[in-house]
Design a binder for this molecule. Structure first.
Ligand code: HEM
Length: 476
């Protein structure tokens, strides 16, 4: 295709029609097939349609994504420069993602440097052993709530959905704790974040409720900071933002929203992989596999944000290997992180990915790369490791084919993971489970019945540890 001739449906030539709609149910049901079809049609940069009639360029190539994320002057995060910004009415489906806000996500240059510096330094202070201990403590609290039909028998078999009863709950408990909020608020926060990002009918009401909750949190920490500052993310951000309460409140909101769903997603995907992958099992038999290695492998195949918003071109430009099409000043770009991870130009299908951190799950390179990845890795790795220590005779409670996915045009994660197991009575970190108050009722995040068929047990109970633990859990 000539560099002078844009492809059909190019966002620069609105009204062109014929664009692949990423939110079409068939495209949502099979992200991989959609990405590959687009790659075949257009090369590594494809014009696509998004919900609400928005058109954008989907960047599918690994190198192209690094070029975009590494060049904030040409590809900005500032959506005020997007030519379609006027489409964002309060009820538009992409308003929560794209409406300009005074947040590091929408800033570039000096402003971004200042905001982002405060966040990176603050989160860096919590990438520590104490977060590992928190993960164990709250994981134990959740496991204590797993239903026990054989009440009174410590070795009674439990039937539990690990996605709803554990993975959907744990990350927000940690994030709320780190922010300085009572852990009892975690289930409500999960619901509020979902409403806000999902653009549900309650979105505006939930946004206001969250504002009130976070305003109280910031005000409390402002008073404490004058006497004896608390060791939490809110107190430290408030100090680094020189007492600016609104800026602090909005960035705490951002951390909760950006950190929860993504971490839930990676945790569920890793668990699903551990419980279903034959390749994983055989590697465990060889004694080579660790949870940390598997976590990076899953980040290649199932990055929580399969398509990440957003960049805006600040000038007319073009990317290599995109059929020579133009990107116009003001065009919107979406990063196809899963497609980039899958790019045949950078790796062959059978290449081992265990422990390889060169994936794009956290956004690739550049100033906006996820600042929460250290904490996310700690939560997911420690959490899954703890769960595998805590649950014996662990196996899927039904055929793998009945496991479901929850997907949108930008994300995908396991919707359920029903298992049967018994509990290890001497779980790691249990003595530290000092918060004896009962937890609030969990907020169900994905509906649906558990598969009924049970799989016969093959693994015998045994105190666990390291790779031996994995071998035993997986019945190898
Ligand atoms: C597995 C978990 C996570 C994944 C996969 C993930 C992924 C991402 C991605 C893809 C971006 C966009 C990068 C870009 O556009 O260049 C991002 C940005 C961000 N993430 Fe994460 N994230 C995770 C966890 C977290 C956590 C736990 C936090 C906070 C506690 C967090 C806070 C943020 C923030 C504040 C930004 C915006 C950074 C900026 O614009 O400068 N994330 N994340």
């Amino acid at each position: 295709m000539s560099p002078e001739v844009p492809p059909p449906g190019c966002p620069a030539h609105r009204g062109g029609g014929g664009l692949v709609e990423l939110h079409d149910p068939s495209a949502v049901a099979n992200h991989e097939a959609t990405d590959e079809r687009l790659r075949k049609l257009y090369g590594n940069v494809a014009p696509v349609a998004l919900p609400g009639g928005v058109t954008a360029w989907l960047v599918l190539g690994y190198r192209e994504i690094l070029e975009v994320t590494g060049n904030p002057r040409l590809y900005t995060r500032d959506t005020r420069q997007w030519s379609g910004v006027e489409q964002l009415t309060p009820t538009h489906p992409l308003t929560a993602l794209l409406a300009p806000q005074k947040l590091c996500v929408f800033a570039d240059g000096d402003e971004h440097h200042e905001l982002r510096g405060a966040i990176t330094r603050t989160l860096g202070e919590f990438e520590s052993r104490s977060v590992r201990r928190l993960v164990e403590m709250y994981s134990n609290q959740l496991i204590d709530q797993f239903p026990n039909p054989d009440r009174g028998l410590s070795d009674g078999v439990r039937h539990v959905d690990l996605v709803t009863a554990w993975a959907e709950q744990l990350p927000m408990m940690i994030l709320a704790h780190l922010a300085g909020l009572p852990v009892e608020t975690a289930p409500r926060l999960v619901k509020l974040c979902q409403d806000v990002m999902g653009g549900t009918e309650e979105a505006q009401h939930s946004h206001r409720e969250m504002t009130v909750l976070l305003e109280d949190l910031v005000e409390q920490n402002r008073r404490w900071n004058m006497e004896r500052p608390r060791n939490n993310v809110t107190a430290k951000l408030l100090e680094r933002f020189q007492g600016d309460r609104e800026r602090t409140r909005e960035h705490v909101r951002l951390l909760l929203i950006a950190g929860n769903q993504t971490t839930v997603s990676l945790m569920s995907s890793l668990l699903r992989y551990v419980l279903t992958s034959r390749a994983f099992r055989s590697e465990v038999r060889g004694g080579h596999k660790t949870i940390a290695g598997a976590l990076e492998e899953v980040s290649w195949y199932e990055p929580p944000l399969r398509r990440s918003f957003h960049r805006v071109a600040t000038n007319d430009t073009h990317l290599p290997n995109n059929g020579g099409t133009f990107i116009k000043k003001g065009d919107l770009l979406v990063l196809g992180l899963a497609a980039g991870n899958n790019d045949p130009a950078i790796r062959s299908a059978d290449e081992p990915l265990d422990g390889n951190r060169a994936h794009l799950a956290y956004g690739g390179a550049g100033p906006h790369e996820c600042p929460g990845q250290g904490i996310a890795r700690i939560i997911v790795e420690t959490g899954v490791d703890h769960l595998l220590d805590a649950l014996w005779q662990l196996e899927l409670d039904g055929p793998e084919e009945e496991l479901r996915w929850e997907a949108s045009f930008a994300q995908r994660r396991p919707a359920n993971l029903p298992v049967r197991c018994t509990l290890n009575p001497v779980r790691p970190g249990r003595t530290r489970s000092a918060h004896s108050a009962p937890l609030p009722k969990s907020v169900p995040q994905s509906a649906g019945a558990m598969p009924a068929a049970a799989v016969p047990s093959s693994a015998a109970p045994e105190p666990a540890g390291g790779r031996g633990k994995l071998r035993k859990i997986l019945g190898s």
